[in-house]
Structures are given as C-alpha cells and as structure tokens.
Design a protein around this ligand. Structure first.
Ligand code: DQA
Length: 146
C-alpha cells in the first residue's frame, strides 16, 4: 500500500462528543477515527489517526509525515489560531495539507477567524461537522492520485 495519510487532531478534541455538543456534536473522536478508517479502506488509503493536547507532539507527527506520509489532514483546534510552530512544521512538508474544522469558525469569535495553518493548507473545510474529515479524505484521494 502507498504511504499513509496523517490525520492529526489538536487540543481538547479528545473530549469530542462531551464538550460543547451544541457546537461540536455528539460524535466522539473514536467515532470519527472509525468513520475515517472505513472510508480510507474504501478509497484504498492507509491512515494514521492521532490526537494530542501538546503542540510539540503535533509538530513531531508533522515531522514524521515528512518522508513517511503522502498527505496531512489536520484539525489543529485552538493551535490553529496561535501556532507558528505548527505552521513552520507544515511548511517543511512537501505533500498536500488539508485543514479541517468541525465548527464554522467564521461564524464564531473574531479570534477564531484567523488561522496560521491556512497559510500552508491547500484547502480548508469548516462548519461541516465531523463529516468534514470524510470530505477531506475524499479530496486527499483526488490530490494524491492526480
Ligand atoms: C475547532 C475550532 C477551533 O477554534 C477550536 O479551538 C477547536 C475546534 C473546530 O474543529 O471547529 O478546538 O478547530
């Protein structure tokens, strides 16, 4: 099989389904991981699905994806709006990068309207709920087979 797609999730997403369900829904991150695994299998893609509350760990996974990964789908969560370190790591990755947000960040507080990661992302999905991960996987398949 070809190189895997890294699906990276930032802080507090381990609480998906429990925290602010009116914004993020009732699905858990395990549900999202399972749905991604099923779709990836159907698309003939391998995935590495990770979550961390620590910025440096996310940077390390982006570094690991250099050489080992075909593409990166990332929901950096709150680090979206603060992390030059994650942006710099992504800038050092050669493959496609897709940014996912479960909520529509543009409909929320002004501080969520700016994304450092968007300076590198080849595409951004926001406000499609957890379905956004599946849309991103389909787009990733097109990008890496183009
Ligand atoms: C989020 C949006 C971010 O602003 C927030 O900090 C998150 C989740 C989303 O998926 O909608 O934790 O990335």
């Amino acid at each position: 099989m070809s190189k895997p797609i890294y699906i990276l999730n930032g802080p507090n997403l381990n609480l998906l389904g429990l925290r602010q369900p009116e914004i993020y829904g009732r699905e858990t991150l395990d549900d999202v991981a399972a749905a991604c695994a099923a779709l990836a299998k159907a698309l003939g893609l391998a995935i590495r699905f990770h979550q961390s509350n620590h910025e440096g760990q996310l940077v390390d996974w982006v570094h690991e994806a250099r050489g080992q990964g075909a593409g990166i789908i990332i929901n950096p969560a709150a680090y979206t709006h603060t992390s030059v370190a994650i942006l710099d790591a992504l800038q050092a990755f050669d493959g496609p990068v897709l940014e996912v947000h479960i909520s529509n960040v543009h409909k929320r507080e002004v501080f969520r309207h700016h994304s450092y990661v968007s300076l590198r992302a080849d595409g951004v999905i926001a406000g499609f709920g957890t379905e956004g991960y599946l849309l991103a996987l389909r787009r990733m398949k097109s990008l890496i087979t183009a």
